[in-house]
Design a protein around this ligand. Sequence first.
Ligand code: SF4
Length: 428
Amino acid sequence: MPTAAFTTLGCKVNQYETQKILESFEAQGFEIAPFDAPADVYVINTCSVTQSAEAKSRQTIRRAARQNPNAIVVMTGCYAQFTIRRGEKLDEAHLVVPNPDKLRTVEYLLEHFPHFKAALEQARRQGEVPARRRSRAVLKIQDGCNVYCSFCSIPYTRPVMRSIPYQELLDEARAMVADGYREIVLTGVLIGDYGPETGSGGPDLADLCALLSEIEGLERIRISSIEPTLISNRLIDLIVGNPKMCPQLHIPLQSGDSRILKAMNRPYDQAFYLDLICRLRERIPDCGVSTDIMVGFPGEDELAFQNTCSVVEQVEFCRAHLFRYSPRPGTPAEAMRDHVPDSVKSERIQQLQQVCKAAARRYAARFLGRVERVLVESRSKLSGLMTGTSDHYLHVEFAASPSLAGQLVRVRITDLAADGVIGEVVSG
Ligand code: SF4
């Protein structure tokens, strides 16, 4: 099957259009390759917004031609249109598709280079369609909670601590992998407590992860949510040493203020949480940390709220789920004084959203230019690009074949987006 590779310069519209062009190639039967891999056709969707964008467009075209001197290099996009208008010619570009016709690039190619048509017809006669794969499965490993946070009703409804026996979990995980899943997310109410005392049959959480990682075909293991006080050094060692473990943890903060944490009956204070993040990131560089934060707990004054904002700024959470406190019947917090008015909760939620957004952006910026392993999930309705989640839990958008859904690909992070990052699939 002939192969085609794509890259984009410039804006979001170009990114989206590249995705469309890519899909039209795929519909014709081309196999899609990463742009830095050998391919029969390279398509460069160029940009001319600045002189440097034009220069970069030219460099990219030359790079493609050098990569495979036998390949057909196709350029389209705004810079391509300018070269047509100015009567310029770039020796390395074998075909220039006018910008308004860019979505018909594959038709131009087949018309000008009929040998691809013949190769595709032959491939079609012998062809087979790759099976579609699934992406991520959730495996519940534990139930019950005995922490009794003062705002939460779960310990009253699920007081019995129960770890699912590890043999059952291994069987279930193997079945998930056989079903096509590549990533398993471990979940439960208090999964850090998983262990022999509550019926696991032997392993604690770290040992369970190690056992799961031996399953052939399972490529990533992610821990959905773990209390800060239950992250053991052995679990950190495992994340450091086992490439199947995602370098990311979801660690509920709830509040960044020690007084409020005490009132919440959370078993740590601000200093403990910050120290934990430092220790984690010393061992697991750029460890992704996502979190839950509750806004407007009784007694939360402006200083307490600012302490939460300060922790967000220091930690740079990759994602944060913000909740507005609402009383749960029968919980100690319901009977507390100093309930925060709804209007103040709304203001604080809005303010905190901005702080979280800026902090997540700073965290994502650490990855610019770096290559991340990404599990391809689905196509974004908004941008039209394929989306996926990286090992560090970045939301990544990139031009790729929808047939890659459920597979792990390597993506170079090229830009920041409103809610994540933009990237380009690379080989290897
Ligand atoms: S918030 Fe979580 S840790 Fe606290 S009591 Fe509820 S379930 Fe348990």
